[in-house]
Design a protein. Structure first.
Length: 228
């Protein structure tokens, strides 16, 4: 009985006709892999319709967003920016390799947004830090989105990225305001939240990319520039 127990506990042995050193299996690369702002995204694939749309309209996956400098030490929101138009993180699930029923509708909306707006603004909340419920997160997103647009106005830009004074400068790209603490954002005075975002814009916006002549298509970020 003792010997049979030892045999059961022995580690599995290779057969005599197998090599002692096995090489790791490498799966072939999938054709048509989506290329984001920072290169290939091996862990996320999109359908062919999205790849075609991206090439035609220059709308990328949202992995190139970077934090804008100027945030205070304790801040319930985080402003990120990229000088290219990117999909919302909320819509990633509709862009996968298996085409969703809503994929075409979303792509049509993005095409219209591409024609109408120079600056895209998202406000998206997370509950990792404070465990907030969905209703709190949705409310915080609405409040932060409104505060973001008011802060942009105070900084001299409208909601589409154009200058309010009528000059040719505009903001081009995507701004995502991540609500790190939805409960704190909801309980904060609206004017205080606007001032907080405005202080970030005043420090960070001058370093963002601006174009003098938006009607010039050659000034749209190219694929090589977006990957930089």
């Amino acid at each position: 009985m003792f010997r049979s127990t030892l045999r059961r506990l022995r580690p599995p042995q290779l057969a005599d006709n197998l090599p002692a050193h096995l090489t790791n299996l490498q799966l072939p690369a999938r054709a048509g892999a989506e290329v984001g702002l920072t290169g290939n995204q091996p862990h996320f694939m999109v359908c062919d319709k999205v790849i075609k749309f991206r090439k035609q309209h220059k709308v990328f996956l949202p992995f190139g967003l970077r934090t804008v400098p100027g945030h205070p030490l304790k801040c319930p929101v985080r402003v990120t920016f990229t000088s290219a138009h990117v999909f919302s993180f909320y819509h990633i699930k509709y862009l996968g390799p298996c085409e969703h029923a809503l994929t075409q509708m979303l792509l049509d909306e993005y095409a219209e947004k591409k024609r109408a707006r120079s600056l895209w603004v998202y406000a998206q909340a997370a509950s990792v830090t404070d465990g907030s419920k969905a209703v709190v997160r949705v409310t915080s997103e609405r409040i932060v989105k409104t505060a973001t647009l008011k802060a942009l106005n105070a900084a001299g830009y409208d909601s589409t990225g154009y200058r309010l004074d009528g000059t040719g400068n505009l903001l081009y790209g995507t701004m995502r305001v991540l609500v790190l603490e939805p409960k704190a954002a909801v309980n904060m005075k609206f004017e205080t939240l606007v001032e907080l975002l405005l202080s970030v814009f005043r420090k960070g916006v001058p370093g963002l990319r601006v174009f003098q002549h938006p009607e010039d298509e050659s000034l749209t970020p190219s694929e090589s520039e977006s990957a930089a």
